[in-house]
Design a binder for this molecule. Structure first.
Ligand SMILES: [Zn+2]
Length: 504
């Protein structure tokens, strides 16, 4: 039926459908942003239906027969440019994946998400996993059905991982987490035996408006474009994008925990620099989207940890910070500040943990998710399995479910396979940062001088510009010569924490 149409005409038809669906998607992102940042509480039910309407319209467009036909036809043409062919290949993959789920199943899943979420909220109020268990059990059943509908070769968990990290499998992740288990504990042990660093200054009183101003200074300096975005306050910090020219970040401020604003602003700033760097001319098409969750996370963590928690960054910024808080930081030297804010200590809550023990929080969730989906662990035993994993890996026992198995919302949302991308983000970040140091001579003296432009340009040219063209592992290989690996992170951690804790 398309024989008489040129590839150019057909490609325009494809772009038209995909970009209109993207318009709907980004319009719902604006509504979602508003919901988290400004919406009054009574708006909630209406916002829910507005978002649902937009989502179902976008879904209809992206799964329509006419769209599928255009993609099929174009995938057989050989006169497309390399980028056009990549867009068609990726859009066809997305289309086929969406088609594997019946609309009745999608409906069921959506309803289950809302009942699991309600149950999760209730169970947190009552501080009891038992309240959550029946709904979580139903959710796991549905996720197993979903994995079957997608199909998989090795492990049912692979089919779910693929949602967040295309191409990632248990076979690929197991050896990486094995390395975490084998190598990280001895460093943590050395740290716990060493003289501890003082971080008491982080919890003095820091006025909110001054913290806010400092975070704006930092965002501007690292290259976040305020003509293409803005920062606001929300309960849970996040980044959302409506186009590369409009990327919003949120942060939170606590007067007695300076770390809260600082790390959220730099972390979200890193996500935003990625979104602002995606190619505008690919708006609404795969090459205009982020490569994967892990790659996204690699960008936020590179800025937050490798740059922001590094000594060079603070050689520039500590005097600026002292300008805002001379009283609080009067007796704290640059070294003391650097050491204090990098304090390592096993803790109960993932989102508040330090850069090293963080990966055990993820490892525990990864092992539990796999076991649940392989039916090696029953939902009724989840809370006790959780607690014994925390004892095993972090040597701490959660005093209650709220500080244990009920702390994350992910499983209530049906997000199984999401957690590992956080750790992968850190590991990729270490690989990219190491490579950037090799290729950009004097990188660290630039950071000390408050110059971040060369690093950002490097990230833009190596990573941002490609959108979704390459899978994360492939992208890493082409930039660093090696696929995903834990070694660069371990090397970075050894060097950094040997200095901080005076280890041999
Ligand atoms: Zn993040």
């Amino acid at each position: 039926m398309f024989i008489d149409k040129s590839s150019k005409e057909l490609y325009e038809e494809y772009k038209d459908i995909a970009q209109k669906a993207a318009d709907l998607y980004y319009a719902s992102a604006v509504l979602g942003w508003d919901q988290e940042v400004f919406m009054p509480p009574k708006g909630f039910p209406y916002r829910g239906r507005q978002l649902a309407t937009l989502a179902s319209l976008a879904h209809e467009m992206m799964t329509s027969e006419s769209y599928g036909n255009v993609l099929e036809e174009l995938s057989g043409r050989n006169d497309l440019s390399e980028n056009e062919a990549a867009n068609i290949r990726l859009s066809l993959e997305d289309f086929e994946k969406k088609k594997k789920l019946s609309s009745s199943f999608v409906n069921k899943l959506t309803q289950q998400v809302s009942s699991s979420y309600d149950a999760w909220i209730k169970s947190r109020k009552e501080n009891s996993y038992k309240v959550y268990e029946p709904e979580l059990t139903k959710m796991i059943e549905l996720k197993l059905q979903q994995a079957d509908m997608y199909g998989y070769e090795g492990n049912s968990y692979d089919a779910l991982l693929d949602e967040y990290e295309k191409g990632a499998t248990v076979a690929m992740l197991d050896p990486v987490f094995e390395q975490v288990k084998n190598e990280l504990p001895s460093l943590l042990e050395q740290i716990s035996n060493a003289e501890q660093v003082d971080d008491a200054f982080m919890n003095l009183f820091y006025a909110k408006d001054k913290q806010w101003d400092f975070s704006i200074d930092v965002l501007k300096k690292i290259g976040y474009d305020f003509d293409a975005g803005r920062q606001d306050i929300s309960e849970h910090p996040f980044t959302t994008s409506f186009a590369p020219e409009d990327v919003r970040v949120t942060t939170r401020v606590s007067e007695h925990d300076f770390a809260s604003l600082l790390w959220s602003s730099i972390h979200e700033g890193g996500h935003a620099l990625y979104e602002q760097g995606l190619p505008s001319e690919q708006y609404g098409l795969p090459l205009g989207e982020a490569a994967s969750l892990a790659v996204h996370e690699s960008q936020s963590r590179l800025w937050e940890n490798n740059v922001g928690r590094g000594i060079h960054f603070w050689q520039h910024f500590y005097p600026v910070l002292k300008g805002y808080f001379s009283e609080q930081l009067n007796d704290v030297t640059l070294d003391g500040f650097y050491k204090g804010m990098n304090k390592v200590q096993p803790s109960l809550i993932r989102t508040e943990s330090d850069e090293l023990t963080y990966h055990f929080h993820v490892l525990i969730r990864y092992e539990i998710e796999k076991a649940l989906l392989n039916k090696e662990l029953q939902p009724k035993d989840l809370a006790s399995a959780w607690n014994s994993q925390y004892e095993k890996y972090l040597n701490i026992t959660p005093p209650d479910d709220k500080q244990g198995v009920l702390q994350d919302v992910h499983w209530a949302h049906g997000s199984f396979g999401y957690f590992p991308t956080y750790s992968l983000g850190s590991f990729y970040a270490a690989q990219y940062y190491e490579q950037a140091k090799k290729e950009l001579s004097g990188l660290e003296s630039q950071l000390s001088a408050g110059e971040y432009g060369k690093l950002l340009t490097w990230l833009r040219g190596k990573i941002h510009v490609h959108g979704r063209k390459y899978r994360s592992n492939e992208l890493c290989k082409s930039i660093t010569g090696e696929g995903l690996s834990f070694s660069a992170f371990m090397k970075y951690a050894q060097e950094k924490y040997s200095f901080i804790y005076n280890l041999d």
